[in-house]
Design a protein around this ligand. Structure first.
Ligand code: XUL
Length: 539
């Protein structure tokens, strides 16, 4: 089902319970998916972009304009107002709200919402004859919410990292090194810059737990998955990390609710939604999680060895891990998954960005680029490139630059193969800390339509690659979580596999198998690539 436009909806079947709603509050839009667990089908979906649904906030792509490019905030009241608009749309579309058994959600990770003590009463007393905006406009101790695109907290990252004993021990303790967008450093910056407002703050929520609070009519707990993106939770014990809390801001534990398993039922849906939109008053309101943990189940990655690689402007590798392992170099992240296990997330900045640069340099269309890949052998006869057109995240490279070894810049075909091989070799090398042998990789994102690139991925990773449709994977993951929590709550035994599989089939005929002799070439190439990388970084 296509969900590309910002405002659309479809109903396949209004009758068939058991129905579950998944919401996704992303950076740019609020989306809904209703699934029918018995038929394994999505029966309704809709999406509203914040800019269009609530234009008076003046956001662009969901973000408030700011002269300082490091500061990226959004107004939480805009999310609330759009939640009303989305429920109104669902009711107008005839979505089966009165039959919903449970609702869960997904939120853009890391963003934080700051509430005064007035929030508890306002949430508990929501009246169906008013609007969420009018009834909740007075509950914020900070009018705007820093989101994951904010990178203004470098000083606070350094302070927290130093207190926790450096990169490796910060990652070991909290799942990730201290990153600017992570919630802990952002809270610390707020406390340092606006101590009076921090003092007025009774609750600090994530985007996920804030939206769950509105739906539940009470402050909802932060779940383990989204708590993993805060630099505040002990990733092994899943309790708040005492030293990290102390390194961040005073009396912080009193301001946080949770962390709880993602399957936690917060309560029934707030009577507001029943009165105003006809939502089943008995529908369970389930804890929300972060968009990456939700997407993991929305893509069906619930077993060891299942990875996804998204080939976008940046390339992202994420995958399921049974055991908690952290990256000693602090480049990758570890989050708790909705299944109660772990996932990694590793972001490589120079993705399509670098492929496009090489293609443009030799004035090639994609067909010519693919012919260049076909005309050169796996391993490229030892011609190597490090395609750091932009500063790279993994490995950390702050000074951009393209490095070549045995490779003539005038050699068009050699450079095309070199950029793709470098990206895949880098993913293989820099995901080794996961100690997961990939058994199958789901390829997503714009670049995944290119079979020639996917063949190199399959050969370097030495496993099958399949394409999967990801549009709305976070909302779908949330709906699947709602179903799982409802089944658990009502005591009906059902495995995660039984819930997830009917909704997450890879695209038919898209499987690309590794070529065994090419895979051997890449195994042999790894040491040379690694030493070239180390040498170029100056290690
Ligand atoms: C993950 C991250 C992004 C956001 C996008 O660490 O920052 O993927 O979750 O919403």
């Amino acid at each position: 089902m296509s969900a590309k436009s910002n405002q659309q909806s479809t109903i396949k079947d209004q009758q068939s319970p058991p129905l579950f709603l998944g919401l996704d509050s992303s950076t740019q839009s609020l989306s809904a998916i209703i699934i029918d667990l018995s038929s394994g089908e999505v029966v309704y979906e809709a999406s509203l972009s914040f800019d269009q649904a609530a234009p008076h906030y003046g956001t662009q792509n969901g973000i408030l304009p700011n002269n300082n490019p490091l500061i990226v905030h959004s107004p939480p009241l805009m999310w609330v107002e759009t939640l009303d608009a989305l429920f109104a749309k669902m009711r107008a579309d005839g979505a089966p709200l009165s039959s919903l058994l449970a609702i869960a959600g997904s939120g853009q990770q890391h963003g934080s919402v700051y509430l005064t003590a007035a929030a508890d009463k306002a949430l508990a007393n929501l009246q169906g004859d008013g609007t969420l905006k009018d009834q909740l406009s007075g509950i914020f101790s900070r009018k705007t919410a820093p989101i994951w695109m904010d990178s203004s907290s470098s000083a606070e990252c350094a302070e927290i990292r130093d207190t926790l004993g450096g990169i490796e021990s910060t990652a070991k303790a909290t799942g990730s090194d201290a990153f600017e967008r992570f919630t802990g450093p952002q809270i610390r910056k707020f406390f340092k810059q606006e101590p009076a407002a921090y003092e007025q703050t009774r609750h600090i929520c994530l985007v996920s737990s804030f939206m769950a609070s509105v739906l539940s009519g009470r402050i909802a707990a932060i779940d383990h998955g989204d708590a993993s993106g805060m630099n505040l939770m002990d990733i092994s014990s899943r309790q708040w990390h005492r030293q990290a809390l102390d390194a961040t801001a005073p009396a912080l534990a009193n301001r946080l609710t949770g962390p709880v398993p993602s399957s936690q039922v917060i309560g029934s849906i707030s009577p507001y939604f029943a009165a105003k939109y006809g939502v089943n008053p008995a529908a369970l309101s389930v804890a929300w999680s972060g968009d990456n943990p939700c997407s993991l189940v929305g893509l069906g990655l619930i077993k060891e060895g299942m990875l996804a690689i998204s080939l976008g402007t940046s390339d992202t590798l994420f995958g399921y891990m049974k055991k908690c392992r952290t990256d000693a170099h602090g480049e990758g992240h570890v989050f708790v998954t909705p299944t109660g296990d772990y996932m990694s997330l590793i972001c490589f900045k120079n993705g399509s960005l670098a492929r496009e640069q090489v293609r443009a340099r030799y004035s090639m269309e994609w067909n010519a680029f693919n012919s260049a890949l076909a005309s050169t052998p796996p391993g490229n006869n030892g011609r190597l490139m490090l395609p750091w057109f932009d500063p790279e995240i993994v490995p950390r490279v702050s000074t951009p630059g393209v490095h070549r070894k045995n490779l003539d810049p005038a050699d068009a075909a050699g450079n095309c193969r070199a950029v793709v091989e470098a990206q895949m070799l880098s993913m293989r090398l820099h995901s080794q800390w996961m100690q997961v042998r990939p058994r199958s990789i789901y390829a997503t994102g714009g670049g995944s339509v290119n079979n020639a690139i996917l063949q190199i991925m399959a050969d370097v990773m030495n496993c099958s690659v399949m394409r999967i449709e990801v549009s709305k994977s976070a909302a779908l993951g949330a709906a699947l979580r709602a179903a799982h929590a409802w089944l658990q709550h009502t005591g009906v035994p059902k495995t995660w596999t039984g819930i997830v599989e009917p909704f997450t089939k890879p695209l038919g005929g898209s499987q690309i198998r590794p070529d065994k002799s090419a895979a051997q070439v890449y195994d042999a190439l790894i040491p040379a690539y690694l030493s070239f990388e180390r040498q170029s970084i100056g290690h």
